[in-house]
Design a protein around this ligand. Sequence first.
Ligand code: AVI
Length: 311
Amino acid sequence: MHVQAPVVDRFREDVLAGLARVPKRVPPKYFYDERGSRLFEAICELPEYPITRVETALMQRHSEEMAACLGKDVWLIEYGSGNSRKSRLLLEALRPAVYMPIDISVEMLERTARELALRYPWLRIEAVWADYAEAWELPPVAAGARRVAYFPGSSIGNFDPEEARRFLASAARLVGAGGGMLIGIDLKRGVDRLTRAYDDPQGVTAQFNLNLLVRINRELQGDFVLERFRHVAFYNEARGRVEMHLQSITHQQVAVAGRRFGFFAGEAMHTENSYKYSVEEFEELARTAGFSPRRRWLAGEDPFAVLYLEA
Ligand code: AVI
């Protein structure tokens, strides 16, 4: 396995800086410790959260066509591969020369690489442990191979549009001229459905959000009392994004890594944005980053798109 930036070391620095800001905020990438990753898998199974179900159905229906678009002798680079479940459909249809999953969780990466190696003995796997949003280096690619980036799950929605543009531009440089990108995008839809997807009645998303405090308590000697915070999620129509926050129920002081931070009653700590696009908006963003949109596969009832872009 290729080990890149030691991503875990920045947690302390980012949390302390985020708690000192006004308004307070912690980057969403820190949701994904072991429990957070399991809670995210549970979110993906919720009836209120359509992304995984709808994207999987699109992949089931169109993976052969997608593979034909991506071409032969492909190095498939997957950003934030997680359990690679969705990728299996593509791997089977495409049979890439190399599969390069990149993930922030080393446990998940190792487990997934082992499972895939058993399932697909023909597949060459080059796993990369890295934070895909940071600078990281691609292991050498065989001459003549075509690079295609795969970024499913609408994870691009967790970047602000300018970050998303920079990320796409770096992906375009990575795959090089003639390379491609296959990307899943959650689309704009009714406010109620969007809100329910991030505030489910079972409270799984609330646990996922609050787990950030559990992680801070454990890894940074924090003393957050979970019962004094509540999960808040709403659609910010002006910005085209679902926002998640952890809101302090009372006026309180919290210690983290030996420093103290005050919260007033009702103060919200911003933990995630999940941007929703129209296909046209996203394709325009991709163009400004150096990609040409080539194909779209669209789902109707729960609007979602898988797009193929070429650099
Ligand atoms: C990973 N990402 C695309 C998810 C999303 O929908 O923004 C994370 C998530 N947050 C709450 N529920 C799911």
